[in-house]
Design a protein around this ligand. Sequence first.
Ligand code: GLU
Length: 481
Amino acid sequence: MEVRTRFAPSPTGFMHLGGLRTALYNYLFTKKMGGKFILRIEDTDQERFVEGATDVIYDTLKGCGINWDEGPDVGGNYGPYVQSERKNLYLPYAQQLVEKGAAYYCFCTKEELDERRAACEAKGEVFKYDKHCLNLSKEEVQQKLDAGIPYVIRMNCPTEGESAYDDLVFGHIAFPNDTLDDMILIKADGMPTYNFANVIDDHLMGITHVMRGMEYLSSTPKYNLLYNAFGWEIPQYIHLTTVMRDSQHKLSKRDGDAYYSDFIQKGYLKEALINYLALVGWNPGTDQEFFTMDELIEAFDVSRLNKSPGIFDMEKLTWMNAKYISELPFDTYLEMATPWLDKVLAGKGIDYRRLAELMQGRTEVFNRIPDMVSFLAELPDYSIDLHTHKKMKTDPVIAKENLELVLPILKGIDNWSEQNIHDIVMAAIAESGKKNGAVLWPLRIALSGLESTPGGAFEIAYLLGKDESIRRVEKGLEKLG
Ligand code: GLU
């Protein structure tokens, strides 16, 4: 049997990380099994059309290397792959169920339903549809249909016994049938509900394995009743736990950590994000943490999906991202870093190539670059206490003496190359008999106002240029009194 899976997003305009992980796991599983991965757009229940929303889905998946074998843009034998383009095929299936007694027409108005719901809630009960219209005779139904009275088609759930299935992650799942609501299959406008279209399409598209978020765990018995009513084979279910920020909180739109685009805008690499996401809810059973997509396919195994919620650890992702950034080809890094450098250094004439060489190994996330380099644009206000450094054998008094030594040396350098600055200053230090650290530490503090910088005194002096370097050393001496 060929494995056929699908990712079935509703086009909301955003790709939630949980959704992206669902797509990824579907893809990994399918490729591992040599099957076909299908992309289906579920847009029948859409309240409103979101411009560009399907492009967000296509671009995100493609950008991440999650490619589908069949789908709206690539076609396939089971199309169309956008539900709104299939809208007319669902009603006849619902009518078939009516014939079989597995569904029925319902003419209850919203007001009638609201009234019965209120009465039910007043008694402290949870309202579910009371099968009122199931009692209508065939003739009554026909009369109402002929009179053009608006209707929906509801599923006729059994009221006794239980519905159960075996999930590959959660094991045996059983629900008493009397808890099931006679959900609407066809709405008053003739369109299918999401729940109905989903089942029909999974069947018509030959889906063998349904892998999706666990929010569908409890609706699945109802879907199975539909499969049974049609006499169709039920797919294998694989429900995935929710991706959480911590044990209490979901990822949230408000905190800017829910959507793929949030992370890309911050300057996380998609390769790092995919690699990390694969590990949130699944483990390879080894210590390996870094995976290419091909390695993930090779290692993926449904039996290693977790039952407990996946915790999305931002620090771990950031650590992983730093590693991915450090391994980028240098020119790619430079190209990606440039817009971030521009945020604070545009027009300053700074040698980005040299700066990027110093920054690549220290960049955890691209959006941290501006803060790390802003000292080059403007000397931060710093305390002369920074001059006190035991290991470098310096303090404000020594710093003053040593900056006085180095200032005229810097002024005398004609060719302001990094090498030249290095050679001339080092020669002067050697001649003075002073310790390197006792001169270079104060010089770096004066040039940057920071204890920790990309590159040391020579690199910073070079990047700042001669005039600015001299200005900063003079300013440093002023501070030292
Ligand atoms: N359209 C559903 C969603 O976006 C998909 C549910 C499913 O995979 O069955 O959540």
